[in-house]
Write a protein that binds this ligand. Structure first.
Ligand SMILES: [Zn+2]
Length: 363
């Protein structure tokens, strides 16, 4: 029996003692040059350590990445003379998105070394880059051939990154409900494998306290992030991991670019979207509380946005994405938002938790 070809490897490594040649030969990559794309601070330190592990290959370090299509074009202009180049991304979401897009556009092999994980992008086929008009745009890419995970590096990332990363994973629950609804209405294509992967990712993080220093949680978290990214690769779109909660988050972010982490927003909004589908489904509530996510997400919107205008803006983000927002009128959505907040704070006070005081995850 022949297995389906699936070119993705996940390796647990220690950057300081990495056998780079062995990894390349396992992956079948023959490159005489490495373009190492990284950030300016902590990521650069890791990148410099990593470059010390690369032997007999020319290494070009490109830092100060501004995440723009223009920067990609400028860098791509240098490439005619070096077709056998490996792209190595060392950094957080922005750096890895840029490296992934850059490698995809040039048809070059790409390896990712995350120094912080704050969303499901490390293995996804999508990159968010700044377009020529200054707006962030979502670009299709090829996922990395391999993602190298150094636990010691990731443990040093700020706790907000973990909150955001787990927030992005739990948003899958809302996204899949929206996807199911769209499929039932003939507005989207089903994909059972991608659906299972997306749902499994959520189950992975719901089952253990969110602490990167706990080896059990760490493994489950990495698996969840990878499952989410690959679910999108399998389905060929972002449906498994992006529903109404992503549309609302994008609308909030568009008014104040870069102010809030993506995963923080989508994780905060997801419990409300799940409520719209099924008020009895409270599966995300305990973890949202542990993470300190503010489920009263209107607090993130600019003061000039009322609930109705935010919902209109959310629907306009992607007119072709059918979600639960398309099945309710704005007054009903706002009524449900109020009912949802009453229900979730009633549960918190029944359990003796102080409403509005986030309990941040340790680690
Ligand atoms: Zn997301």
């Amino acid at each position: 029996m022949r297995g389906a070809s699936f070119p993705f490897a996940l390796e647990m490594v220690c950057v300081e003692s990495l056998d780079f040649d062995a990894i390349l030969s396992r992956l079948g990559i023959a490159a005489s040059k490495v373009r190492l794309i990284t950030g300016t601070t902590w990521s650069r330190e890791v990148a410099v350590t990593l470059s010390g592990r690369i032997r007999d290959r020319r290494v070009e370090i490109c830092d100060d990445i501004d995440n723009s299509l223009a920067q990609h074009r400028a860098l791509a202009g240098r490439d005619d003379r070096h077709p056998d180049t490996l792209i190595l991304g060392v950094g957080g979401g922005r750096v890895l998105d840029f490296a992934k897009y850059h490698a995809s556009q040039l048809g070059l092999p790409y390896l990712a070394v995350p120094t912080v994980i704050s969303n499901d992008g490390i293995a996804s086929p999508i990159a968010i880059l700044r377009g020529d008009d200054g707006q962030m745009t979502s670009q299709p890419t090829t996922p990395p051939l391999a993602t190298l995970i150094d636990r010691g590096v990731l443990e040093r990332a700020p706790n907000e990154a973990l909150v955001s990363g787990v927030g992005d994973v739990i948003s899958n629950r809302a996204a899949v409900l929206d996807w199911d609804l769209a499929v039932a209405r003939g507005q989207a294509r089903p994909n059972a494998l991608a659906r299972i992967m997306s749902r499994s990712a959520v189950q992975n993080v719901l089952g253990a306290p969110p602490n990167l220093r706990d080896p059990v949680f760490f493994e489950r978290y990495i698996d969840a992030i990878v499952l989410s990214g690959l679910a999108m690769y399998i389905s060929g779109d972002s449906r498994p991991c992006s529903g109404a909660e992503h549309l609302i988050a994008h609308a909030i972010n568009r008014d104040q670019p870069g102010r809030f982490a993506h995963g923080l927003l989508v994780g905060s909004i997801a419990p409300y979207v799940v409520w719209l589908h099924d008020p009895g489904d409270r599966s995300l509530w305990p973890l949202a509380r542990t993470l300190g996510l503010h489920v009263d997400f209107m607090r993130y919107a600019v003061p000039t946005r009322d609930f109705t205008s935010l919902m209109c803006a959310a629907r306009a983000i992607r007119g072709d994405r059918f979600t639960v927002l398309d099945t309710r009128d704005d007054a009903e959505l706002e009524r449900e938002y109020q009912r949802f907040l009453v229900a979730i704070s009633a549960r918190a006070s029944r359990r003796g938790e102080q409403a509005g005081v986030p309990v941040h995850a340790s680690g």
